[in-house]
Design a protein around this ligand. Sequence first.
Ligand SMILES: [Zn+2]
Ligand SMILES: [Zn+2]
Length: 407
Amino acid sequence: MTDFLALAQTIAPKLVAWRRDFHQHPELSFQEFRTAEIVARHLDALGAEVTTGVGKTGVVGVIEGNGPGPVVLLRFDMDALPVNEATGLPFASQHPGIMHACGHDGHTAIGMGVAEMLSQTRDAWPGAVKFLFQPAEEEAGGARATIRDGVLENPRPDAAFALHLWNQFPLGMLVVQPGPLMAASDHFVIVITGRGGHGAVPEETIDAVLVGIEAANALHHIVSRNISPHDTAVLSIGSFRAGKAFNVIAEEVIMEGTLRTFDLSVRERLIGRMEEVLAGVTAMHGASYRFEVIENEYAPPVINDERMTAIAYKAARRVVAEEQITQITPIMVAEDMSEILNRVPGCYIMLGAEPEDGARGPHHNPRFDINEDALPIAAAVMASVAVEFLNSSTAGESAAIPMKETS
Ligand SMILES: [Zn+2]
Ligand SMILES: [Zn+2]
């Protein structure tokens, strides 16, 4: 097989230039117009069959190999975050309040590099590679929007892979593991309504703040008391809004938060108990409530397919040493690649990209940065994974992944 790491090193300066350009011009979810245009032009120049406007701002490019064969989807996300950059980097964001604080600038550059390398080597592999440059991963509606627009049809992919740069892991460390990797995510909204009134006449009111505090307290007992210690769940209330004046008892409290789970039955139990707790606490005080789990913001857990993970592992071994490939305890962040992995077997890979002088800010932090030396490694891994799949899927063989201690 092509030595994709050597090939990726030859285009490393381009990868860095692309990444820095995207970094300077970050675009929020579903507004990736400039980014998409650059990607589409690049894919077009490589001779790919390009479709734009997929899921509003997504770009799809198909590169055919040397003959008929399977189809592999490689997905790269493009969106930035509503964060005010504070890195002081010479190529910092030129748009105040918007920042590539998760590394998706790097992902877009990596995808462009992979497309370039695979188009150069198309005589060496069968089938087709379908590139998806996805919008709105951060808002978690992007993957679903592209699926609605048919990204998983014509041609239908037989496998799907994606990679995230992770600046909390050492440079070059690769996480390739079967089974659960990232949690399911839910956004919930609770509105508690009491009866407002004069701060000096509490007996005529139903204090929504007090009911809200009791509800928040009771909700926090669900994970520790109603969920088995062998299961994993997080319930966090990130926003609690009520009241406008110091001497007025508030009529309404609005709470918003997130749930993280791996198991559908645990999620159902959590949501069911939340409903019961809210009904009980509000009834006790004569208040009422509305509880909504926002269905179209749900992201399922990322669960890697066993066979596809074995293929990814074999490909990763062509790029990095065995000691660099590891497994981790699944993390509670979410990722909407899971929408694709729910429909197409695949594997989500993480690659360490810790900056030389330490981690700086973590993901989504105003001081976030990545180590650009990770870019060619990532491009090489993704190109190798694609070719490994296309060559192996006909042979039907797969390598065993050595089990490692989770860290
Ligand atoms: Zn993110
Ligand atoms: Zn991200």
